[in-house]
Structure formats: structure tokens, C-alpha cells
Design a binder for this molecule. Structure first.
Ligand SMILES: [Zn+2]
Length: 368
């Protein structure tokens, strides 16, 4: 029942069923396999498609009415979820959607830029100030995700104000994506795949392998906990940095849990990438079971990251809507037809017609 859960872009990851009927189908299968192989060989760029669609869905669930109603019907939610996975497609070379300059919008490896220790209190939140201090190339190299999310918020408020539906979905998808990426604990460190601490392969083990195996635990329970009344986000860039720094604090327990799991199961996820999306793999089962258990023993920091991402994406969507003046529709109502004043010529014509009617009206003879 995936469609009901809105996993709109799963097919992009899973590919088409391998029922080759004829050469064309075989070619298509080969092409799909090649694309999948290329995607899985490329460095991970954030939560997986599935996690992004889940976070977007839960964010919509958290919105107050009437905004929730504007985004929650099946067609609109699906469109939002597809928009929320589009930024990753724009970041992958070789795909038709590829857009140069997209990739750094998904992360900010803050510890690659500054020697300052967590919580990076002195790191400038303002982009111009940060570029002045570290040079603009630091942010094309090491990422710019908080500013990408803040820019998407501005674009969304603007599109909502103008009632430009296509722009609304594009900006809302960008916002949901970048703001969710801010929460991914390995989007804010040069140790993004655990490669500096002997945890190679950790990134996708967490975001794909684990989520796909424990979908019910994450989506039906963890992500939905702690719904709250959404505040207006007064300083989006400042808050996005706060959230990114909170994500940094989750790196340590996740690294420790992963080390314990790989030791216990004697399994290296970097060597078995074909297991990621295959929950049936017997070889991988002990590792993922141990990883889940070790994470739970540390308060499930990965689940907290997804949950907070959902709540914060909702806060930002809500803020854009309030900024836009709380529109009651995503497309402006068509203008009311202006009342046509009756012209003097029409009055004269009506008068003339009336006179003709009076003159020609058959007179009734008085009855006897
Ligand atoms: Zn991303």
C-alpha cells in the first residue's frame, strides 16, 4: 500500500519490475539498472527519497488548518512529495534534471570550514559575513544548506503571495528538502560517511538501510511523536543554524552505535551496498538489528532527527504562509466579472422596443 503512504518516488530507487518483454524492455531494464548503479555509486546527499517523502507527509500532518487542507489532499500531497525529492535529482550528474551548483545546497560541513568546536557559537549565520571571514569558495566546497533552505522559504512566501501554483510547489519542495537535510547528522561534518572514524558506509546505512528495514517504527511511531502548536519562525536562518548544530551533537552517539553494531555483526555496510535496499538480505540482518538496538540504547538520535525535521519543516511552511498573508487557496480565485454599466444606447434601444410593443399590442375588444 505504498501509494497510500505517499511514497511517490520509490520507483525511482527501485526501478521497474524486471519482466523483460522483448528487446526494448530489456534495454530499458539495462538502462534502469545502470542508472541505479550510478546513483548508488554516487555519494549520498541526504535523507533518502523515502525519508524525504515521509518527512514532507508528516510536516503536512502537523500544519494547522486551513493551510493543512491546502496541501493534504492526495494529489497535492503527492506533488509536494515529488517536489521534495527533486533537489536530489538536480544534484546528480547524468540525470536530465542535473543542475550545476545544486549539490552544495544539501549540506554544510561546518567542521571543514572552522576549527571552532561545537556548538560553533562564533560561526556567522549571515552568509555575507561568513563569506567575508572564510571566503566564498568555502561554501561552494563545503556546502550552504541553511541558506538554501532560508532562500526557499523566501521564494515560497513570494510564490504564495502571487498565487503562482507551480512556483509554490517547487519552492515548498525545496524548503521541505533542504530544511530536512539540515537535520541529517552527517550533512554537517567532513566525516559525512564515517570514513574518518572507521565507520565507512554509515551514511546510507542510516538513511536507507535502516529506514527501509524499520519503516513502521520510524514512520508509524517515531516521526509522529511530539506534535505541537507551530510557532512562527522569526529568524529562519538563525533557527536553521541552531538545527544544524543540534544535528552535529547527534553524530557521536550514532558513530558509537554503528561501531558497536559492525563489531557485533562483523559486517561492513560499505562493502555490501547492494544490501541497502534489500531488506531480505540474510547477510545484513544481524547488522541492522544490532544497529537499531544500539541506537535505541542511545535514545534513537536518528529517529529524533527525522521527527524534528518534520516539525521544523512544518514550522517553515507555516511561516511562509503567514508571511504571504494566509492565502485561502494556492491559486488565486479568478477575478469576479466586472458589472457592465448599462449604456445610454442600450437604454434608448430598450425604450424604442417598448414603444413598438405598446403600439403593436393587439387591443382587446370590450366584451359585451
Ligand atoms: Zn539532499
Amino acid at each position: 500500500m505504498r501509494n497510500r503512504d505517499g511514497f511517490a518516488s520509490d520507483h525511482a530507487r527501485h526501478g521497474s519490475p524486471a519482466r523483460a518483454v522483448g528487446a526494448a524492455a530489456a534495454w530499458r531494464s539495462a538502462l534502469a539498472a545502470a542508472i541505479l548503479a550510478a546513483l548508488s555509486a554516487s555519494p549520498a546527499l541526504g535523507w533518502s527519497d523515502r525519508t524525504h517523502t515521509l518527512i514532507a507527509q508528516e510536516a503536512v500532518e502537523r500544519l494547522p488548518e486551513p493551510l493543512r487542507g491546502l496541501l493534504s489532499d492526495e494529489g497535492r500531497l503527492k506533488r509536494l512529495q515529488e517536489s521534495a525529492t527533486a533537489p536530489d535529482l538536480r544534484s546528480k550528474r547524468g540525470l536530465p534534471q542535473y543542475s550545476p551548483g545544486e549539490k552544495p545546497k544539501h549540506y554544510l560541513d561546518i567542521d571543514a570550514i572552522t576549527d571552532e568546536a561545537q556548538p560553533f557559537a562564533k560561526f556567522p549565520r549571515d552568509r555575507a559575513a561568513a563569506e567575508k571571514q572564510f571566503g566564498p569558495e568555502a561554501f561552494t566546497l563545503h556546502g550552504s544548506v541553511p541558506w538554501a533552505a532560508a532562500g526557499a522559504l523566501d521564494a515560497l512566501a513570494d510564490a504564495m503571495t502571487g498565487g503562482r501554483t507551480d512556483d509554490i510547489f517547487r519552492a515548498a519542495g525545496d524548503l521541505a528538502h533542504y530544511a530536512a537535510d539540515v537535520h541529517m547528522p552527517f550533512h554537517s561534518t567532513k566525516n559525512h560517511d564515517g570514513q574518518l572514524t572507521g565507520n565507512n558506509g554509515l551514511h546510507r546505512a542510516i538513511e536507507i538501510g535502516l529506514v527501509h528495514r524499520y519503516l513502521d517504527s520510524y514512520y508509524r511511531a517515531e516521526i509522529r511523536k511530539d506534535r505541537y502548536d507551530l510557532p512562527l519562525v522569526e529568524d529562519p536562518t538563525g533557527r536553521l543554524f541552531d538545527w544544524l548544530i543540534a544535528a552535529c551533537a547527534r553524530q557521536k552517539p550514532i558513530l558509537e552505535a554503528e561501531t558497536a553494531a559492525r563489531t557485533k555483526a562483523n559486517y561492513n555496510p560499505a562493502q555490501h551496498t547492494d544490501d541497502l535496499d534489500n531488506p531480505e538480505s540474510e547477510r545484513a540482518k544481524p547488522y541492522y538489528a544490532a544497529l537499531k538496538q544500539e541506537l535505541e540504547a542511545r535514545g534513537s538520535p536518528e529517529a529524533a532527527a527525522m521527527r524534528e525535521a518534520s516539525g521544523h519543516v512544518a514550522e517553515l511552511l507555516y511561516t511562509a504562509w503567514v508571511r504571504a498573508g494566509k492565502p485561502l487557496a494556492l491559486t488565486p480565485a479568478p477575478p469576479e466579472p466586472a458589472e457592465q454599466p448599462v449604456s445610454p444606447q442600450l437604454w434608448l434601444a430598450l425604450l424604442a422596443a417598448g414603444m413598438v410593443l405598446v403600439l403593436l399590442w393587439p387591443r382587446r375588444r370590450p366584451s359585451r
